[in-house]
Write a protein that binds this ligand. Structure first.
Ligand code: MTE
Ligand code: MO
Length: 442
């Protein structure tokens, strides 16, 4: 694992240090100063941008002021996590790495491409033995607390496989303005693949759920960065209704293989559609609670949203924050990669994935004129509930020049992704504005 975090993060800035518009942005539109993440270019600057791009922008007048052309939002950061090819490295303590959009192009995310979000130190790999690993089920609302080995789970309960979309609540936080605390994820703190395990419900029911049960929470084997033994790294949970869903799994396999080390080997919760923070890794203990779980990162500002909408930048008291539950409608363009050149006389196939937390995606739309007009994409049904959906569209461009393809999903309640700016909240969660890629037609 490469230790030189500063170098990794600064790689691009160093290569392209010149800023044509005297904003605090490099030529990729990335912040040089993190507080001025977005250029907030005026329209005049945007038109001047055309000369840097090296071609005209046919729909320039539609492009909202303050938005950087997606051409400059590319990333080519090298990877450095063993067994995790091609990830974009954000941090190594705790280990945090995201998947570039083009590596999310296959129907299911390959194990080596699944993003990593640790809050503490992963357990020593040599300490993780699936043969001796035990999972404890207890808590004040559990009738018969007991422990299971993985072998016992396999023998006692029926095995199920579900494709589940697991997205970090902070995914795409880099789009939030004004900037908030937390990992500045771009689009890749998400993945969807087939998890195999037993139903959380079957195991909880076997141990007996008392009538007063309201919440189910996890404890993992990782340790805190500050090494405080009295506190957990993270211990979150879900209400009974989510825990008891068919698709909520205690899983030991991902895409037909043992779960990758950094993704929770040998046992983890796999709970689709909700903030990935509820899918406990290196799973040691599950508790059935008679109140809303009060573990680490359940309170304060963590994984909580203002109960009422607030203005960007507003301070919100802890008491006015509500626990985040389902993720929201979102989509990504996984092909082509931003910055592609394509001939004028050829249709360009654009494709990607869409998901909507607990809901499904009903429609997928594409725009090549900065949201002026929209073309419907073909959208597949999910393989099962809580799995992402594949979409594709063939796009024709009216003349040569610089374009952006924008992708917008609409969920089954008719709720659409916001076109440009995601809603603001103090920790920058649920950021879901349209993914944009740059296309140059030649
Ligand atoms: N034990 C444990 N479980 C955890 C975490 C953690 O730090 N420790 N991080 C959570 C968060 S915030 C996320 S986004 C997901 C990330 O899962 P992944 O690393 O497999 O992508 O795991 C969740 N489960
Ligand atoms: Mo997360």
């Amino acid at each position: 694992m490469k230790k030189d975090k500063k170098n990794i993060e600064r790689g691009m800035h160093d290569t392209y240090a010149k800023d044509p518009f005297k904003a605090d942005l490099d030529i990729f539109g990335r912040e040089v100063n993190p507080l001025t993440r977005r250029g907030f270019l005026r329209k005049s600057s945007l038109l001047a941008m055309a000369s840097v791009i090296g071609s005209n922008i046919p729909f320039a007048e539609n492009m909202p002021a303050g938005v950087m052309p997606a051409l400059f939002a590319n990333s080519d950061t090298p990877f450095s996590v063993p067994g995790k090819d091609g990830l974009i490295y954000l941090n190594d303590k705790p280990m945090t790495a995201e998947t570039p959009p083009q590596l999310l192009d296959s129907p299911f995310t390959e194990p080596k491409y699944f993003f990593i979000r640790n809050n503490g130190n992963a357990p020593e790999e040599s300490s993780l033995d699936p043969k001796t690993w035990t999972l404890e089920i207890s808590g004040e609302s559990c009738k018969n607390p007991q422990k299971f080995t993985i072998e016992e789970l396999k023998k006692k309960f029926k095995t199920y496989t579900y494709a589940l979309t697991i997205e970090c609540a902070g995914n795409s936080r880099a789009e939030i303005v004004p900037t908030t605390k937390g990992n500045q994820w771009q689009l890749g703190a998400v993945g969807c693949g087939r998890w195999t395990g037993v139903r959380l419900r079957d195991v909880l029911e076997y141990c007996g759920i008392k009538k007063d049960a309201v919440y189910v929470a996890y404890y993992g084997a990782d340790t805190r960065l500050d090494n405080n033994p009295d506190k957990e790294v993270i211990s979150r949970g879900v209400p009974m209704s989510k825990a008891l869903e068919d698709e909520s799994l205690i899983a030991w396999e991902y895409e037909g293989e043992p779960i990758p080390y950094m993704n929770g080997f040998p046992l983890r919760l796999a709970i689709g559609g909700w903030s990935a923070s509820v899918s406990g890794k290196w799973l040691k203990k599950i508790v059935i609670r008679n109140k809303v779980h009060d573990g680490e990162k359940m309170n304060g500002q963590s994984y909580r949203m203002p109960c009422k909408p607030v203005a960007p930048g507003e301070k919100v008291e802890d008491k006015d924050m509500c626990v985040l539950e389902s993720m929201v409608v979102k989509s990504i363009i996984t092909f082509p990669v931003s910055g592609i050149k394509t001939p004028l006389n050829k249709e360009l196939q654009v494709r990607g994935k869409a998901w909507a937390g607990d809901r499904s995606v009903k429609e997928m739309w594409i725009s090549i004129d900065f949201g002026g007009t929209w073309q419907k994409a073909e959208l597949k049904k999910p393989i099962n509930r809580l799995a992402w959906q594949e979409w594709s569209a063939n796009v024709k461009f009216p003349q040569e020049g610089y374009y952006e393809v924008w992708a917008r999903a609409v969920d089954d309640k008719g709720i659409s992704q916001p076109m440009v700016l995601p809603g603001w909240n103090p920790r920058g969660y649920l950021s879901n504005s349209c993914h944009r890629i740059a296309v140059r037609v030649i």
